[in-house]
Design a protein around this ligand. Sequence first.
Ligand SMILES: Nc1nc2c(ncn2[C@@H]2O[C@H](COP(=O)(O)OP(=O)(O)OP(=O)(O)O)[C@@H](O)[C@H]2O)c(=O)[nH]1
Ligand SMILES: [Mg+2]
Length: 366
Amino acid sequence: MKVKRFTAADMPQAMREVRKVLGPDAVILATGRLPGGGVEITAAIEPGLARDQAPAPAPAAPEEPAQAAPQGPGDLAELTRQVRDLGQMVARHLVLSEATQDFAGRPEVAPLFHHLREQEVAPALIAQLLDDLAGPGGGNLLGRLAIRLKKMLNVYPGPGPGQARPLVWALVGPTGVGKTTTVAKLAANHTLKHRLRVGLITLDTFRIAAAEQLMVYGRLMDLETKVAANGEEYARAVAELAETDLILVDTVGRSPRDQGNLEELRAILAAVPETVCHLVLACPTRDADLKATLESFGRFAPQSLIFTKLDETSAYGVILNQVAHSGWPVSFLTCGQRVPDDLEAATREGLARRLMPPRGEPQVVA
Ligand SMILES: Nc1nc2c(ncn2[C@@H]2O[C@H](COP(=O)(O)OP(=O)(O)OP(=O)(O)O)[C@@H](O)[C@H]2O)c(=O)[nH]1
Ligand SMILES: [Mg+2]
């Protein structure tokens, strides 16, 4: 482990210096302010990862190993992991304390900053949401934040009134995110609430019983359900459901890294050009993984995002992050396993409400 101390006029400059010398994998061990002004950072990097290729100092004379010192490669790996975790924790605190200092002149905004951080909203979006929020005239901070959130949270307008029927909606997405369950919820809702004639198609012939899962829902709701294994069968199934208003297509879950199988699915769906794809994403997924999924599933040109499993998390920032990043609107949210109840059409108000501080949380209203 190579440890180095950096001093600079301020934290951003010191962090830049750390990255320049030790690279992006450096971990921050300690930070502090210098008595005469300026800041210091102590950072570390595993040997071989540092950009600074200066020769290592001559090894000191071997000492008796202390009791807790690493004994072998396994211990060393564990120690490295612990130092990395510690560094990440310090870095997070550093970002927070820097941001808090940034709010020195407008302390009323700080609680909103902390709330949005807890919701895991991306730092750049938080900056955008809170920039000038307090404004010279004061006013209702929460009201303004809600307006800004609603503006950012784009929702799917649904099919236009004159759009040809049947509509063909295919749900695509990674494995296990809830595509089949959501198809069933959508089918029930559109049949019961909107009085539409709905047909079902499953393209999931990959796993034994996968097609059967949708067939069971189809039987329960008395909906015509087809199974298609290739583009030709898919086009035929759509033609056979021509008398319906809405055809819901369930697809096989694919890893965003599985380019070959994703391409195969894209080719099958292309057999029916009027197919509109909706990308299903599980809300309790890391932001970076969602971003990679969006990039990989971009080949389906999704018209909307459906976020599932909202009941399994209390941080909804990823929804805002992905909408802002991709520009794709949100159409539906699911928040439980019950078919058909746990489905909600996305609205700007509903999404913004999830991201706002709960009522009663201490907030300063300017
Ligand atoms: N908690 C919770 N569970 C859900 C939700 N939606 C679906 N599930 C559960 O997630 C699991 C997977 O759901 P499926 O609908 O089979 O997922 P899928 O995307 O079709 O899976 P694959 O076809 O294997 O890719 C099931 O146990 C569902 O009950 C939700 O909104 N909340
Ligand atoms: Mg499925």
